[in-house]
Ligand binder design. Sequence first.
Ligand SMILES: Nc1ncnc2c1ncn2[C@@H]1O[C@H](COP(=O)(O)OP(=O)(O)OP(=O)(O)O)[C@@H](O)[C@H]1O
Length: 510
Amino acid sequence: MEAPGPVPQERWPGVIDLNQAAPQDDLPSVSGTAHENELRGRSSPSANGASGQSDGAVGRSRRQSGSPLEIDAISRMLYFASQGSVEDIQAMLDDGADVNSHDYDGRSALHLAASEGKLGAVQLLLERGARVNPLDRWGGTPLSDALHFGFQPVADLLRSRGGHVINERLSDGKRFLTNPPQRAYSSDIGPEWELDPAEVDWRKSFLIGKGAFGEIRLASWRGTRVAVKSLLPSLSHDEQVELEFFDELRMLCKLRHPNIVQSLGVVTHQRPLMLLFEYLPKGDLADLLSRKGALPAATAIRYALDIARGMNYLHLQRPNPVLHRDLKPRNLLLDESGHLKVADFGLSKLLTTDAMHEQYKMTGETGTYRYMAPEVFRHETYDKSVDVFSFAVILQEMFEGGPAWRFTAPEEVARQVALRHLRPPFKASTYPLGVKELIQACWASDARLRPTFSVIIERLEEIEEYMAAAEKALRDGYPLSQLWGLPGMLHHQQQPHQPPPQPQPGVGHV
Ligand SMILES: Nc1ncnc2c1ncn2[C@@H]1O[C@H](COP(=O)(O)OP(=O)(O)OP(=O)(O)O)[C@@H](O)[C@H]1O
């Protein structure tokens, strides 16, 4: 059984912010009522006119035909609405665009215009026949958006046209939310991110590995070695996945941090879809642990800080945090200077949890199960704290030298963790004082009690300082008895027959 960890200094708010969860996982698997169908972008037969030009018709046509032109038109319409570009909206509508078109999340042009307070655009859309109360997948109407973001004149206008806020419960009890994640719509991925595939030189390429989303190869791009991730054809044929993928790519390409693997650009104009990343030749943490076993405490803490800093950067992205959802040693790459970088972030969002389970089973890539938060395994609503859970398991592995219960199938491990609250055991004697407690807080069953990465960074920095102080104390020849008050990392150094550590210039690398 899991021992309760200390109460972290900073907590998740009392109620989990479902708005921060990856949207596809909020979508309950119910169907049937007109209301729910509307939420999902399907019209009930009675609401769907003969012309078929309703939200539902667009939803269906996007899913069935999936022509890039159609997707582009919807995207542009939403972009213009969010910008309040009345003339552009007018021109698109004059050209035959559907005023009720919406994206995969059910966000219509009216939603976008209302949530940005674009009164002129709202007026125009209503005049041109926009439905006043379309529901996005969080159950939000344009009026609820206008109210949420404080645009009173827009709210007044919508109310005068029959706008209302719907805040009811789905049949399975999950709450509708009125403030969905904000998206920065644009009409294209942006030429600067779109790479010319002809510039990728495959002559000396080789396969680095295969994951649930596709394979990754070393290749050369403009003379530089790069890691090219190709999306599995089975995924990229799914238009829904592609829509999400493009949206995600815009965001991923902009991210920059010393502890995340740098994305260089994308190829979306031909298949398979490809993502180019900086190439990190030193391997990943999984390989390192299988070669070296348990890491020295100072190295483990330094790596933990690298991961936490990279993850903190992702979680603090605005307007929406970037969830990893697939944090594991295989996705932590070593750079030339001996630091870890987080790879593969954001991509798992492309799959629903169900699809993720299926995909992992299909490809045999079940490694993720060991790091999977209980709520993900149980297919429940979750938020960014799932990454904190994975981080805890990784930190424990760095001290233990590899995964616990190696001979048990990963899926079974996840089941025990999720359903019986089992947690990997602490066997090593090298944990510095405070690390076990930190790990326990991070893998708490109650996701609200898990600390944020900002708090984790503070704790790890304190631990690192303690360790440096202890090392100095040893170097300066304090009697060991005086060191008992210092962190537990000294405990293993005080075992009989172990000489005190030699002073190190800086922290040692593995
Ligand atoms: N930028 C990179 N440079 C060098 N090696 C990389 C890079 N990105 C990934 N790899 C390596 O490629 C291998 C496969 O990675 P990939 O992300 O495709 O799959 P995975 O993480 O094992 O699985 P999944 O995608 O299902 O999470 C891993 O060993 C990983 O360390």
